[in-house]
Design a protein around this ligand. Structure first.
Ligand SMILES: [Zn+2]
Length: 231
């Protein structure tokens, strides 16, 4: 299992690690600050040694770094990784915003998230909703910004799986959680949202800045998509 340094410190931008395996152009390290693609988040990018890392994926508990110069690496070698921090920090701001947005829409309508895509420039969240338009979008985004401006602290901690599952609000995307894990990581955004979540967030909602609704789309009879960004 790759040790996830971003679970201890979501603000770690650089790290040292040891190469465990090299499979073609994919390397596994003993630990990493790169958050892999998953849970609706695009992967981090950056460099390991002098090689670009355009993509990072997870398979089970292992994290595979795609590298452009695999010849540079061999098992046992110590390497230095550096994240593309501007991109990662936008992902963190977008991700925390998406949690607040889903909580606001859930509270106002009872709708649940059916999908999401968190990217640095533009993110989207899908809801199982029948009625949605620009006015409603503006209303929900205003509620999100009210929460953001309250400068809520974002806490992360681990909880026993059974304990987390006993609280239905905690696991809105239960199938996204690997069944092998005994402990689930919980992300708590003030009094607004508490979720089992493996992804990266800001420490305080003040770092989000301003959330801006971009557009809405109908994606089927009762599926509505909302695009947003952060400024
Ligand atoms: Zn999340």
């Amino acid at each position: 299992m790759t040790r996830r340094l971003f679970w201890d410190d979501m603000y770690a931008r650089e790290f040292d690690a040891r190469v465990v395996t090299v499979e073609g152009n994919r390397i596994v390290l003993d630990q990493t600050a790169f958050n892999p693609r998953g849970g609706g988040l695009v992967s981090d990018t950056g460099t390991i040694g002098t090689s670009r890392v355009p993509e990072v994926v997870k398979e089970g508990e292992d994290i595979f770094h795609v590298v452009e110069a695999p010849a540079e690496f061999g098992p046992g070698k110590t390497v230095h990784g550096v994240l593309d921090w501007d991109r990662r920090f936008r992902i963190m701001r977008m991700h925390t915003s998406a949690h607040i947005l889903s909580s606001v829409v859930n509270r106002e309508t009872g709708a649940l998230i059916t999908g999401n895509q968190i990217s640095p420039d533009e993110s989207r969240v899908d809801f199982n909703l029948e009625n949605f338009d620009r006015d409603k979008m503006s209303y929900y985004i205003d509620r999100v910004n009210e929460a953001v401006q309250r400068e809520l602290e974002v806490k992360t901690y681990f909880m026993k799986r059974e304990e987390a599952l006993a609280n239905p609000g905690f696991v809105k995307l239960a199938n996204a959680m690997p069944p092998s894990l005994d402990m689930l990581r919980i992300v708590e955004i003030g009094d607004v949202d508490t979720q089992a979540d493996g992804g990266v967030h800001v420490r305080n909602t003040r770092e989000i800045g301003k959330v801006v609704g971009l557009k809405t789309e109908n994606k089927g009879k009762s599926n509505r998509r909302l695009y947003f960004t952060v400024q």
